[in-house]
Design a protein around this ligand. Structure first.
Ligand code: FNR
Length: 219
């Protein structure tokens, strides 16, 4: 976790959860990274390819520990106050690649998702923009104690949604994205600067970290 001075920039990890070179979600992640930087945040823009890892296997974990790609995701999360994922929707859910990464990273202590805020985005050529996948993605993240921002942003018809400079062709949508990102950043800022909120969140979760009674959101 970064150590904070009052005016240090907020650290935000941003990545698209598709490994494909022409990924619309990677484009959306880049656009949001630019918006966050313009608002004064310090952004670490990652690619899912930075987090390449095998399928979770408890035997491999016992014999060899956590793979390098999962450790890389852990380290970059650990350096962040918050993270943003732009994820494709696969069969009305989150991609297996992303769930696999969350599973591996959740095995590392202290469990890193618990102390973070997250903003979820999706892009899809379909008419609903992959939004169902984000509801599925909320489940493991909220289970792990991530404070998932209530507003999500799903970009429909993603194959024709971007213009040359990487912004959205539809100016109203661009404005909505900007409002969502700035609202998220204000919430992260309030939490990071006024840490009493953090304790309230854990109490809300009913979490008893010290008693170590559950693997739900350890750390
Ligand atoms: C898809 N796609 C898809 N799209 C969608 O809106 N709802 C869905 O349920 C699915 N299901 C699905 C399953 C599988 C296995 C694949 C490969 C694809 C289409 C998907 O949204 C499209 O490929 C996106 O462009 C993927 O995102 P990237 O790679 O462009 O970021």
């Amino acid at each position: 976790m970064p150590t904070d001075l009052p005016h240090d920039p907020l650290q935000v990890l941003v990545f698209g959860a598709s490994v494909r070179a022409g990924s619309a979600n990677a484009r959306l992640a880049s656009l949001v990274a630019r918006l966050l930087s313009a608002s004064g945040a310090s952004v670490d823009l990652a690619s899912m390819r930075d987090f390449d890892m095998p399928l979770y296997d408890g035997d491999v974990e016992a014999a060899e520990g956590v793979p390098v790609g999962a450790r890389a995701m852990y380290d970059r999360l650990d350096q962040s106050h918050a993270f943003v994922i732009a994820s494709p929707e696969y069969n009305a859910s989150l991609p297996g690649v992303l769930k696999n990464a969350i599973d591996w990273v959740s095995r590392i202590r202290p469990q890193p998702f618990k102390t973070k805020h997250a903003l979820l985005l999706s892009a899809s050529p379909s008419l609903v923009g992959g939004n169902r996948g984000l509801w599925a993605l909320r489940i493991p993240l909220e289970h792990l104690g991530t404070r998932v921002y209530p507003d999500m942003f799903s970009l429909a018809a993603s194959h024709q949604a971007f213009v040359e400079d990487g912004k959205l062709a539809d100016s109203e949508l661009q404005e909505r994205l900007e409002e969502t990102v700035s609202g998220f950043l204000r919430l992260v800022e309030a939490d990071v600067r006024y840490v009493c909120l953090e304790r309230r969140w854990y109490e809300f979760l009913g979490d008893r970290t010290e008693a170590d009674v559950t693997q739900r959101a350890e750390g």
